[in-house]
Design a protein around this ligand. Sequence first.
Ligand code: GRG
Length: 310
Amino acid sequence: MTSETKEYRKALLSEIEAVLEHYSVPGSGCPERLCQAIRYNLLGAGKRLRPLLTLLACELCGGERKKALTAAAAVEMVHVYSLIHDDLPAMDNDSLRRGRPTTHVVFDEATAVLTGDALLTLAFELLSGTIKNEKTSLLCCRILSRAAGSRGMVGGQADDTSYPEGFYLSDHISEEEKKIVLADHLAMIHQRKTGALILAALRMGATIAQADFQQIMALDEFGSVFGLAFQITDDILDATADPDLLGKSVGKDEEEGKLTYVSLWGLDKSRQMARDCVNQAIDALRPFDQESPAAKLLIDITNSLCSRKK
Ligand code: GRG
C-alpha cells in the first residue's frame, strides 16, 4: 500500500470512528447500562470493512463521501448487532469477539439481546433521519432492511444454524451429486449471511452518489465475489488461525460439523478459490478510474483479503 493510500485509509477510518462516536450516545431515555453496552460494542474495535465499502463506493461513483457517513455508520450498526446476537448462547455461544469478552459475558444475556435490538433500530433511525434527499433515504432503508432481513442475513443465519438437522439430502444420490447440492447450499447460506450486507454497504454508497446503472452493476459484480472471498477466508481462518490474533475462538466449525468451504473443498482448494474471487473482484472494478484514491484503496483491501490474519 502506498503512503498516499495509507493516509487516505486513515482519514476514512477516522471519519467512521467519529460518526460512530457521535451516534453511540442515544440520548435521554436510553438506560445507562444499555448505553454502556452500545458503546462497548460500537467503539474502538473491528476492521470497519463495511463502512469503508460504503464510503469507497460513494467516491468511486463520483459522490461526496461525507454524505455517505451516516449510511456507513448504519451498516456497521447492523453488522455489530448481528455479531452480538450470533455470540449469544442460543446461537454460537462465544465468549470472545474482537479480542474482548462478548456482550452477554460482560453484561448479561438480556442486555446483549437488547443492545442488538437497539443497534438494528438505530441504523434505520439514522438512514431515515439524516439523509437529506428523501428518495435516497428511502432507497437506503430499503437496501439495508432487505439485506439484513429474512431473505438476507437473518435467512442465511437461520439456514446455517439449522444445518445439518434442517437439511434433507436423499440417500439415493451419488457422492458427486451430494457435493454439488452441498456446494449450492453453502453458497446460498453465505450470499445471504455475509454477502448481502457487503452488497448493501456498496449499494448504499452508490445510491447516495446517484450512481448510474453501469456503475451499480459493476459494484454488484465486485461485491458478490468480494463477499465470497471474505467468507472463504473466514472459513480458512477458523481452521488455521491463531485465536489471539483473530480475537475470537477457532476450530468451532469442524467441532460442530458445520458446512464450510474448508470442510467441502479442503484447505488448498479453498485458498485457490479465494484467490480466484479476489482476481475476479478486482477485474469487476474495470469501469472505474483505476488511478483514483478510492479505486486504489479498494483494490488494496481486496488483495489483502487472502492474507488477512483477523
Ligand atoms: C444473528 C441475525 C444474525 C446474524 C449473524 C454475521 C453473522 C450473521 C454471524 C457472524 C458469524 C461469522 C463469523 C460470520 C462470518 C463472516 C463475518 C460476518 C465475520 C465477521 O466480520 P468481520 O471480520 O468482523 O468484518 P469485524 O469484527 O472486523 O467487524
